[in-house]
Design a protein around this ligand. Structure first.
Ligand SMILES: Nc1ncnc2c1ncn2[C@@H]1O[C@H](COP(=O)(O)OP(=O)(O)OP(=O)(O)O)[C@@H](O)[C@H]1O
Ligand SMILES: [Mg+2]
Length: 246
């Protein structure tokens, strides 16, 4: 399988006054097309920092982030912004939908800002909302949707440009366990049925076991991986994770 993401010796140091925080301290990892990878780690271990760097939302202190062979860390700001818009989809814990727009309008908005034609995008957005089981809620505004439904709309929006990578930072962090499980099932389905590539950050073993592979971060370093996560139940994932992160 082809390599979609190659991260090499990635470091990110934040400076606060005289203090240096090594949020990432030499992370290397590879993700192949059609893989579903989860990143787990304690609070402050560097998960969001890693996902933001892969998503081109921030720049590393050193190291490379090659996506489809292109190092986004060495691109100009403008090129990286364009690359991010066209090749990456990002989903956050807070769904970040615009309250005055319907579901389908929320999905098409980024493309319209990017200069696409409304007619083309509208039918594509409807297809995507269908594929995340939101076909019956196209005209609803966010306030008329449950948290789980809002996250489905945010996922559809992230998929609009057919990204090489879908990145999700604690996508179920604001959801109850029932809606959370539905979102993990959806992400699994995107990989299995649409051959998407997904990297998600989570604290939850229940969600992590939907991934093909779990990468464990501690103090800005990868301390191990669980490669057979789909064969494990949530309590075994939790046990293995605790052993690695100890
Ligand atoms: N903009 C920033 N300025 C200074 N320090 C930062 C900044 N962003 C993150 N950090 C620090 O870097 C470390 C890693 O933060 P990060 O947000 O990546 O952790 P995380 O694993 O996502 O944690 P959580 O599970 O709580 O979301 C933390 O010590 C954090 O305080
Ligand atoms: Mg975080």
């Amino acid at each position: 399988m082809s390599v979609i993401l190659q991260v090499t010796d990635l470091k990110k140091t934040f400076r606060l006054g005289s203090e240096s925080i090594h949020a990432l301290d030499g992370v290397s990892m590879e993700v192949h097309a059609g893989e579903f990878v989860v990143i787990m780690g304690a609070s402050g271990s560097g998960k969001s920092t890693l996902l933001h760097l892969i998503g081109g939302l921030d720049l590393p202190t050193s190291g490379q982030i090659a996506i489809e062979g292109e190092d986004i860390a060495s691109m100009s700001d403008r090129k990286r912004t364009l690359f991010r818009r066209s090749r990456l989809g990002v989903v956050f814990q807070s769904f970040n939908l615009l309250p005055t727009l319907s579901a389908v309008e929320n999905v098409t908005l980024p493309a319209l800002i990017g200069g696409s034609r409304n007619g083309d995008m509208h039918s594509h957005a409807r297809d995507l909302l269908d594929s995340v089981d939101m076909g019956h809620r196209m005209s609803h505004r966010p306030q008329a949707l449950s948290g789980g439904e809002q996250q489905r709309v945010a996922i559809a929006r992230a998929l609009l440009n057919d990204p090489a990578l879908l990145l999700a930072d604690e996508p179920t962090g604001n959801l109850d366990s029932h809606h959370a499980e539905a979102i993990w099932t959806l992400l699994r389905g995107l990989v299995d049925k649409q051959n998407r590539t997904v990297i998600a950050v989570t604290h939850e073993p229940i969600g992590a076991r939907f991934a093909d592979r779990i990468v464990v971060l501690k103090d800005g370093k990868i301390v191990g991986a669980i490669n057979d996560s789909r064969k494990l139940d949530a309590s075994l994932v939790a046990t293995r994770y605790t052993e690695l992160a100890r």
